[in-house]
Write a protein that binds this ligand. Structure first.
Ligand SMILES: [Mn+2]
Length: 361
């Protein structure tokens, strides 16, 4: 049994430096293409794990066009959940949550949710069982929490669709412990905008087409192809190489600058979060050639500390794990700049690390 897992289309969002219309039409083009491919390959189900629409205030036209695309593929079952429930405040993510003013409650939209191959799960109706020519497939929705409904014992496949923060960081995520993972054949997750594997059978697909500067990763976008008839199940990630990508950079060294200069500006949008003063002229030149593509955060300029201090900081960073290196670097340089006692901080760094630094050379 094959399915496609999509999430976080955010139809209606205005991406940086692009228009909402341009973004919507790009999503629709990609959607039509992959659905045609799904139909040709006997994909039984296509899932949307929440935040299909960027807000409950978007124009009805966008929603109607989205559903009219789905109706072009009557052989595929579509299962959708909104990006949040309505039971408690923290279930609502603020996008297309199932609030009283939900886009899914507008009569013209609600009418489309009645179609035979469209299955909309909400807190009012959190589970469904679908009969395809080959098997019975059951779906259970969870909104910032685990699905509540009892399992359909007759189903060949049990599939959870969850919207919210799930993962191992218990401070801000709900854990997906083995008992939850075992309960379902597959857990399709939505909310995080980059691809993430949470368990052997639990995945975030990430946003379908990138539309923002993400905190840690390069926003890649895409969707997942899942084959549940294989053991173990097969999940393959697909991204589009002809959609815009969004990149956040810090320019603290010649290498950083070189990386920036070598980007393919026909495809990439860059935001410079911080840069050392000494690279200002080079940045100005780049901005004049690619003004549509580069934006610089306000307050991004960091006055250059002297070479020795920069070198110590770069050395220190080698011990920091790669995912957070850029952030730590920014923090250290910025800290040095705003410090009330930069001289003391410099002395401290020199005293503590200069010895090692000299030994290294
Ligand atoms: Mn989202």
């Amino acid at each position: 049994m094959k399915l496609y897992h999509l999430s976080d289309l955010h139809l209606g969002v205005v991406p940086p430096k692009r228009s909402a219309e341009e973004h919507v039409s790009l999503i629709f083009t990609k959607l039509k293409k992959i659905l045609a491919e799904a139909q040709a390959n006997n994909v039984a189900v296509v899932l949307f794990a929440g935040d299909t629409f960027d807000s409950n205030a978007i124009s009805t036209k966008i929603a109607l066009e989205f559903f009219s695309i789905l109706s072009l593929f009557p052989e595929i079952h579509f299962v959708l959940i909104p990006g949040g429930g309505q039971n408690t405040e923290n279930e609502i993510s603020g996008h297309d949550a199932y609030t009283s003013d939900s886009i899914y409650r507008r009569p013209e939209v609600a009418a489309l949710l009645e179609r035979d191959n469209i299955h909309f799960l909400s807190p009012d109706r959190p589970s469904v069982i679908i009969q395809t020519p080959e098997q019975k497939i059951a779906f259970y929705a969870g909104f910032f929490g685990y699905p509540q409904p009892d399992l359909f014992p007759e189903a060949d496949y049990q599939i959870a669709i969850l919207h919210g923060a799930f993962g191992p960081n218990e401070k801000y995520e709900k854990p997906l412990k083995p008992d939850i993972l075992k309960r379902y054949h597959y857990l399709a997750l939505g909310h995080y905008h980059s691809y993430k594997k949470i368990g052997e059978n639990a995945f975030y697909s990430g946003a379908f087409v990138p539309f923002e500067f993400l905190a840690t990763a390069q926003a890649e976008g895409g969707f997942l192809k899942v084959d549940l008839s294989q053991t173990p199940l097969q999940v393959t990630k697909h991204s589009f190489d002809d959609v815009p990508s969004y990149l956040r950079l810090q320019i603290f060294s010649e290498d950083d600058l070189k990386k920036l200069e070598e980007l393919d500006f026909s495809k990439v949008y860059v935001r410079i979060d911080s840069y050392l003063e000494l690279f200002e002229n080079s940045l100005r030149k780049l901005c004049s050639s690619f003004e549509e593509r580069i934006s610089i955060s306000e307050g991004a300029k960091v006055f250059s500390p002297d070479d020795v201090i920069s070198q110590i900081i770069l050395e220190l960073l080698e011990d920091v794990s790669p995912e957070i290196q850029a952030e730590v670097k920014e923090f250290l340089f910025y800290g040095l700049m705003v410090s009330q006692q930069p001289q003391r901080l410099k002395e401290f760094l020199k005293e503590k690390f200069l010895q090692d630094l000299y030994e290294a050379y």
